[in-house]
Ligand binder design. Structure first.
Ligand SMILES: Cc1cc2nc3c(=O)[nH]c(=O)nc-3n(C[C@H](O)[C@H](O)[C@H](O)COP(=O)(O)O)c2cc1C
Ligand code: SF4
Length: 402
């Protein structure tokens, strides 16, 4: 299958120009250009890149790190894999620009365990960069000394969360840390660390070649620039697409052959299930944020099956550190199965709703804070697909906590 479905802006770039341009500026100018572009992180949370870099640049330390998050574990996401396969030099250039901006000398590409097949190709690209003076001492005649090495991921979804990723880099279990302190102050080995997504870093290189205004002209006021989307599911043209942020679900479906969809999951398992009545909504930070995963579901799909599938994933992937997530995902999964079997009493249903809200509020990291989304979305939009039993009905086999 040809994964790339439309022409990416990355294909229009000339080798190394963005990096050269950045290294010819002062560090302060690099950060102000990133700020002028308005770029927000492409990993999902949408944190402004210039703010992160500026804070890390201000942190006092003799050692700083730039980490590229290539864990890409969100179900339905595969655009970082395509970028690493076809445009790795843009990612390495972006990491080098970040290092220059914050004063880091060491870079780490945290590569998803399942992408091990890409490793040799990426190592070869790094060797070539060292030979060409794009890594090492005084890169391109500047005062920047910087090198990058690859670290293979731990194989768990939660390792994509930046503090769990750092724990994993340090050789520990991939468990999210309490914040503060944030990685920009105390990250890898307790040194200031910038963590950015693969796509974010590739766009940085693009901005230093095509300009901040080129980037800012696309998208919406609060979500500027183009974005890559990994589109899968019940559509005729699945693959990786570049669209401006702010595209409506309807427009995206038209472009990808998914017009007949019943609902669309925007943002992967941790995102939101959008019913057809809301296809006019926009994919951007002001409306529905996404790291890029779009899963299309056709008319024959059952909402509770989708929810069961995602909750099985979360139950499996919870790191188990905090109770709301460790126990909550298991209870929600159980509740979904009860709903599927027509064995969920009204009282139980109410307690599941309370549990979902508690998880959103009390879980330590984004996994447990967002895993109840699918349960709540199905309740909100697809309540006609199940019935609750009366509280007077005798208990079914599938009991909460049984
Ligand atoms: C459970 C979980 C998994 C995540 N997985 C990824 C991932 O695979 N790749 C990624 O870039 N960000 C992931 N993130 C977001 C990161 O914590 C972090 O916000 C991101 O790497 C920052 O980069 P950006 O600002 O360039 O988007 C994940 C977050 C959570 C809560
Ligand atoms: S929310 Fe879940 S994944 Fe995150 S720290 Fe708590 S148990 Fe671990």
């Amino acid at each position: 299958m040809n994964t790339l479905k439309n022409k990416l802006s990355f294909s229009e770039l000339s080798q190394g120009t963005g990096l050269k341009n950045a290294l010819s500026m002062s560090r302060a100018k690099v950060i102000s250009k990133v700020s002028a572009s308005g770029i927000r992180g492409r990993g999902g949370a949408g944190f402004p890149v210039s703010v992160k870099w500026n804070l890390c640049g201000l942190a006092h330390s003799d050692r700083k790190f730039v980490v590229c998050n290539a864990d890409e574990g969100e179900p339905g996401t595969f655009k970082d894999r395509v970028i690493l396969d076809e445009y790795a030099s843009l990612v390495f250039d972006g990491m080098t620009i970040a290092a220059y901006a914050v004063g880091a000398s060491e870079g780490i590409l945290y590569l998803r365990a399942e992408y091990v097949y890409l490793r040799e190709k990426l190592e070869e690209a790094l060797r070539r960069r060292r030979k060409d003076g794009l890594l090492g001492k005084q890169i391109l005649g500047s005062n920047l000394n910087f090198d990058i090495h690859i670290f293979m991921g731990g194989g768990a979804y939660v390792c994509g969360e930046e503090t769990a990723l750092i724990e994993s880099l340090e050789g520990k279990r991939g468990e999210p840390r309490n914040r503060p302190p944030f990685p920009i102050d105390m990250g890898y080995l307790n040194h200031p660390t910038v963590v950015n997504n693969v796509e974010t870093l590739a766009w940085i290189t693009c901005i230093f070649e095509k300009g901040a205004s080129w980037f800012k002209e696309q998208g919406t006021e609060g979500s500027v620039g183009p974005k890559l989307f990994s589109v899968s599911g019940d559509c005729t043209k699945p693959g990786v697409y570049e669209f401006p942020l702010g595209i409506s679900v309807l427009e995206l479906l038209a472009q990808t052959g998914g017009e007949n969809a019943k609902c669309v999951q925007v943002g992967g398992a941790s995102g939101h299930l959008v019913p057809a009545s809301e296809f006019c909504r926009h994919i951007c930070f002001e409306d529905m944020a996404t790291g890029g995963s779009v899963i299309i579901f056709g008319q024959n799909r059952k909402a509770l099956d989708i929810a069961e599938n995602f909750m099985e994933f979360f139950e499996d992937e919870s790191c188990g550190q905090c109770t709301p997530c460790r126990d909550g995902n298991a209870k929600l999964l159980e509740g979904i199965r009860m709903l599927k079997n027509g064995a969920c009493k009204k009282q139980r249903f109410t307690s599941l709703l309370n549990l979902a809200e508690t998880m959103q509020l009390a879980s330590r990291c984004g996994l447990g804070q967002s895993s109840p989304n699918i349960f709540l979305d199905v309740i909100k939009h697809f309540h006609t697909e199940f019935e609750l039993t009366s509280d007077a009905t005798p208990d079914a086999d599938c009991r909460m906590g049984a």
